[in-house]
Design a binder for this molecule. Sequence first.
Ligand code: CUA
Length: 353
Amino acid sequence: MTLSIFKCPGSLLLGRKIALRLALATFVLSGTVHAAPDQVTNIFKPLSTPAESVYQAALLTLAVCAVIFLIVGGLLAYTTIRFRRRASDAGSEPPQIYGSNQIELAWTVLPVLIVFVLILVTSRTIADVQNQPVPPDSLKVTVVGHQWWWEIRYPELGIVTANEIHVPVSDAATRKLTFLRLESADVAHSFWVPQLAGKTDLIPNRVNTMWIEPKQAGTYLGNCAEYCGTQHARMLLRVIVHEPDDFARWAATQKHNGAEDPQVKAGRDVFFSTSCVNCHTISGTSAHGRFGPDLTHLMSRNTLASGAAPNTPEKLRAWVRDPQTIKEGSLMPNMQLTESELDQLVAYLLTLK
Ligand code: CUA
C-alpha cells in the first residue's frame, strides 16, 4: 500500500525509463553485456537482478550529481573570471547585495526537489528488491558470519561448506533465484558481492535476508563489508555460479561423507587425537565441531582461511603448522605438531575432496 505512492511522483517527473536513458547518456561507464564475472569486484558491471537495480539507481544519482557539479563548477569558474579584480578597480568594493527572496527560494526549493526525487527512486529500488516473493523452487542458503570466515549451509540439501557459495545460474526461460539467510556467530559482518547484489549486514541475534539471481556462470568475488576485527580484510567470499547440471553434480558430491582412505589412517589419528576435532566437522565421523569451517570436502574449495591463501598442499601445511603466519589473529591455534605429524595430518586432509 505504502509502496504505490512512491511510483506516481517518479513517473510524473520524467518517467523512469527516460530518466535512466538520460543517466546512461550522461555517464557512459559501461553499456556492454558481459560474458563472465570480473576478476575484480565491480559495481559497474552487474550480472544479477538486484545488482542491476542498484546500478540503475546509482547511475541516475551520479548523473544528477554530475549535472549539479557542472552547473555549480561552471558558474563558479565564470564568475571568478568575469568578476576578477582589475587594475581599474583601485581597491573599491563591488556593490553589496543583502537578501534576495527569489535567489533564496530557488536554492532552497531546487535542492529539496532533487533530494525528493532521489529519495523516491531509492525507495522504489529498495522496495523492488525487498519485495521479491520467494519462488518455491528457489535455492535457500544460510550464511553465518564468523571472525573471520563464512559458514555456508544448504538446509534443504543437507550440505555445509565454507567461504565459497555454489549456486545455479538463472536464465530468462527458467529463472533460478537464490535466497540467503544471513546470521552472525559473533560480531557484525556484511555480505557483499558487488556484481550480484547490494550489501546486507549479518548481525548477531538477528536474521537478515537477501537474494541473488546470477545470469552468467563463473566465479564472483566479494568480501566482508563491515569492519569486524583484525582480519576483516581477509574475509573474502566467492560465489561460484554453475550451469544447472554442474550444480547438481557439485551438490551430489558435497552430500557424501568425509573420505576414509586407509592409507592416511595415521593422519586421521592425529586429527582425532588433537583438539582439531573440537572445532571442525567431518561428516560421517565423530568430529562435529561448529567453531571452525566444516572440513568434509575441504579440498573441493579454492582457497584456505576465507581467501587468505590458495588451497594448495604447501599452503595447507603452512596453515596447519602455524595459522598466524598466513592470517595473523586467526582464532585457529598452532597445534604444535611435529613435522611427521604435520605430514600425516596434511596427507589425511588432502583426501577430503
Ligand atoms: Cu567480517 Cu568484516
